[in-house]
Design a protein around this ligand. Structure first.
Ligand code: CUA
Length: 167
């Protein structure tokens, strides 16, 4: 079969461009690894309790300064663990004063979950092995629902908790 000289040149050029494109794409996607954007700290999802923030007694709201709070949340199918109250019942509602500086720190012990505090900018993706955090100030008093916005299984729609912002 006779291939015209110019056909050869263009064919080479075409294949070359394709290779460059694939290399750039592959480099962009994998060079830095894939991880959720808001996560910098890693931990073992099989043993999240090894990290101080996710020990049973440290879950839920912690006051860390005069007007500063940290909220540690451990997500799992299909629950947000915010610690236990005095009677040993799971906490389903936490309270934070309006205008306080609050940092939500969350992780998951199983699959990917969402962390969206509806009506606010707090919106994170929780991936096993990573701690996601979000620092904010909630100025408007009211009850906000924490919902999972990543499909995680049959109980996905049942994952919720309440954050009350009080005056
Ligand atoms: Cu957890 Cu959807």
């Amino acid at each position: 079969m006779h291939v015209h000289k110019y056909e050869k040149i263009w064919l080479t050029f075409g294949i070359g461009s394709l290779l460059v494109f694939l290399i750039v794409l592959g480099w962009g996607a994998f060079y830095q690894g894939t991880q959720p954007p808001s996560c910098l700290v890693t931990l073992n999802p099989q043993n999240v309790q090894a990290h101080n923030s996710f020990k049973e007694e440290n879950l839920g709201v912690q006051q860390v300064g005069e007007n500063e709070y940290v909220v540690n949340v451990l997500a799992s199918a299909f629950n947000y663990d915010l610690g236990k109250d005095e009677e040993g019942a799971p906490v389903k509602k936490i309270r934070i004063p309006a205008g306080a500086n609050v940092t939500f720190q969350a992780t998951t012990s199983d699959v990917v979950h969402g962390f969206h505090l509806s009506g606010t900018n707090v919106n994170m993706m929780l991936e096993p092995g990573y701690i996601s955090d979000y620092e904010t100030t909630l100025d408007n008093p009211g009850e906000y629902t924490l919902v999972c916005n990543e499909y995680c299984g049959v109980g996905h729609h049942m994952m919720s908790a309440i954050v009350e912002v009080y005056e």
